[in-house]
Design a protein around this ligand. Structure first.
Ligand code: ZN
Length: 312
């Protein structure tokens, strides 16, 4: 008779240990896979009802992954015309999508708000626990605030990746941004390559996702499709459908933010997370100056926004 190597309860303990180690340092194990070109991370903010009614069924048809960043901010608790219920959020999880943490009250986490971070994360974690959703391992910074002082608190709660917007490299208004460059961007300051706006066209989407090459990942940020509560970040449904069709027809791989653990090691995070941001800000300023000086001289907006940085 074969000897049992582990009593079942010991095995369970080992599993728990392995999974908790994975939660905290999982992405520091050397990932096996190189980052493919045309890799897109799809993210949705602010718990809009249309995430459940419009976006999720469409994404399922395409076989796309996505992260839904949940907050109970705004009037989430009382307004179910515009925001999902927790049951619907749990259904997104059961459909295979990722549920991420966007703070309980949609609090901008700047230096002054760092003391509130733990309770803000716990508020969402607790609701996830109640509704059978795994504790989120990704976070989206609300309201375009960020703070390096929050990094330790994020890691303490098991956050592996935190996504920001396209600022400060680009102004907020057009929803532009740079692709995520693991090793140069910090995993807790993952930039949005595009943050969809009501007046976005297909060109804006292409500008964002065409950066997904040479080890860079295009992270896209959407709000409601449509967004019935936040008109300034609305994406009309037809437009969104056209974007998803484009990604499918052009062979993009579309995944949730958590799935980057397969490709990215947090061991490679830069010592100075602001360095790449400063370099890009310089490049954006230089490009703008070139455009003003020689608008007819073949100098144009860098489609992928990176050439000027790489040429240094
Ligand atoms: Zn938000």
């Amino acid at each position: 008779m074969r000897r049992r190597l582990f009593a079942p309860e010991i095995f369970v303990c080992r599993l728990a240990l392995v999974s908790s180690v994975f939660l905290f340092v999982g992405s520091s194990a050397r990932p096996a896979d190189p980052i493919p070109d045309r890799l897109v991370v799809l993210t949705f903010d602010d718990s809009a009802l249309s995430h459940y009614t419009v976006a999720a069924p469409l994404l399922r048809d395409y076989g796309f992954g996505a992260t839904f960043f949940i907050t109970e901010g705004f009037d989430f608790r009382t307004n179910k015309q515009d925001y999902m219920t927790w049951e619907q959020i749990a259904e997104l999880h059961r459909m295979g999508f990722e549920i991420g943490n966007h703070t309980r009250d949609h609090v901008g986490i700047n230096d002054a708000a760092v003391p509130r971070l733990a309770e803000q994360l716990d508020g969402i974690n607790e609701q996830c626990r109640k509704h059978g959703i795994p504790q989120p391992v990704t976070f989206a910074w609300p309201a375009n605030a960020t703070s390096e002082k929050a990094f330790a608190g994020l890691r303490q709660k098991g956050i592996v990746f935190a996504r920001r917007g396209g600022t400060p490299e680009y102004p907020y208004d057009k929803g532009r941004g740079f692709a995520y460059e693991p090793g140069r961007d910090h995993s807790l300051l993952v930039p949005s390559a595009g943050d969809a706006r009501p007046d976005w066209t297909m060109q804006d989407l292409i500008r964002a996702v065409s950066q997904a090459k040479d080890g860079r990942v295009a992270v896209l940020q959407f709000h409601g499709v449509p967004d019935t509560a936040h008109s300034w970040v609305n994406s009309p449904q037809q437009q969104f459908e056209a974007y998803m069709k484009y990604l499918s027809l052009n062979d993009y791989t579309v995944i949730a933010l958590r799935d980057l653990r397969k490709y990215v090691s947090i061991e490679d995070d830069p010592a100075d997370p602001q360095k790449i941001i400063r370099e890009r800000q310089t490049a954006v300023r230089n490009n703008a100056a070139h455009e003003r000086a020689a608008p007819k001289n073949g100098v144009r907006d860098q489609a992928d926004g990176t050439t000027a940085v790489k040429a240094k």
